[in-house]
Design a protein. Structure first.
Length: 382
């Protein structure tokens, strides 16, 4: 990986091409583009004196760190090919490593493009939002849990109706779609079984500032517990985006079903454990942003993630505790220019559960609240 770092650094020093933002589409028709961005960040958690209450992977409740530090290249090759390669260098994310690397054939664009390599998944609204374009610092918990793996190796078909008029609607991209066939194991690893994962997404835009999306994912993951058969993984989601007179409303609902072995637990920094059973997972998020000025955009966001199910030991099944995790976010985005942004998020986290015995209600565990402040600066290379 050190060789990768020095090779990329040398390329950046000798290249005479212009810069462009990272985490976007493949390069255009003007040759090689250097892409990337950095996101230095600070987090302070209001957890009192208990070190065991530290959340979000931090070792202490107050820390400076990098959220992301990405660098790469994209471009086009005459006459119908483009490429996109970007690496993650942030130590807080375990860098350096390859994040995206794919080649695209676009002879039939915008109606059909074919990409082959490692790329971001085709599921959901917030996952499809470029990381440098997120309106809150963190993605929602339901997205982190149910839209994963974020990246995988495989083939993707994508396209849109372009500027074509349909049923009197004459704005761009009235319909757009993405279809992928991937390993299902995540980034930078070989597949561990012969089954592949299918993901599809369709977006309908009846008006220029309204988009309605639907997504589905199905896979047969290899069991992580020896002796158990392959499991089943099902996800589907619906989302909405709407803009009107400075207001920007977004929302997304995701449902998940896992059969076989699943990782359970892991909330508030604890380590998840493999458990065999049936698991029902779901949640949603909704956010409202208002453009007070071109630079200052305050935002409020509410998100919920729930888990339920039953575990199996031989022929015996046991109902799980129903757990609900909620977050309330108040913050703002301040845009100094097209390439520089500052974000602030104050987050209140609530965790509660219902406990069951022999399939019936037994007791209620009262929720507990924690809160933390996150600050992030961002600079995109262009």
């Amino acid at each position: 990986m050190k060789k990768l770092f020095f090779a990329l650094a040398a390329f950046l020093l000798i290249s005479g091409y212009s810069f462009a933002q990272g985490c976007g589409d493949s390069g255009g028709d003007d040759g090689v583009k250097i892409i990337g961005f950095i996101q230095p960040e600070y987090q302070y958690q209001f957890v009192g004196d208990s070190v065991t209450s530290v959340m979000n992977g931090l070792k202490e409740p107050s820390s400076f760190y990098f959220r992301r530090a990405r660098l790469g290249v994209s471009g086009s090759i005459p006459y119908d090919f483009s490429y996109y390669v970007i690496a993650e260098f942030s130590p807080s994310l375990g860098g350096p490593y390859i994040l995206d690397a794919f080649v695209t054939y676009k002879r039939w664009a915008p109606y059909l493009k074919i990409s082959f390599g490692q790329f971001k998944g085709a599921f959901g609204l917030e996952l499809q939002t470029p990381c440098h374009g997120l309106y809150t610092i963190n993605r929602s918990r339901v997205v982190n849990e149910l839209a994963s793996p974020f990246r995988d190796f495989g083939v993707m078909l994508l396209g849109s109706t372009g500027e074509k008029e349909i049923f009197g609607m004459d704005h761009g991209d009235i319909f757009s779609y993405m279809l992928t066939l991937t390993n299902g194991n995540g980034q930078n690893v070989y597949d561990d079984n012969t089954d592949k994962e299918f993901t599809g997404r369709l977006v309908f835009s009846p008006f220029e500032d309204i988009k309605i999306g639907g997504s589905m994912r199905y896979g047969r993951p290899n069991s992580i517990t020896a002796g158990n058969p392959d499991g089943k993984k099902l996800r589907y989601g619906f989302d909405l985006s709407a803009k009107k007179k400075g207001f920007f409303l977004q929302g997304e609902y995701i449902y998940g079903y896992d059969e076989g072995t699943s990782m359970v637990g892991g909330g508030c920094g604890s380590t998840p454990t493999p458990v065999n059973g049936e698991f029902y997972k779901g949640g949603y998020w909704v956010a409202l942003q208002y453009e007070i000025s071109p630079a200052f955009h305050p935002i409020i966001k509410y998100q919920v993630y729930n888990t339920d199910g039953k575990t199996f030991v031989g022929e015996v099944s046991t109902p799980m505790e129903f757990q609900s995790q909620k977050e309330y976010i108040l913050g703002f985005n301040y845009y100094f220019n097209d390439y520089t942004r500052f974000q602030a998020n104050y987050v209140i986290y609530e965790d509660s559960y219902l406990s069951y015995g022999k399939g019936s209600f037994k007791s209620f565990g009262s929720g507990f609240f924690k809160s933390y402040l996150m600050l992030q600066a961002q600079v995109k290379f262009n």
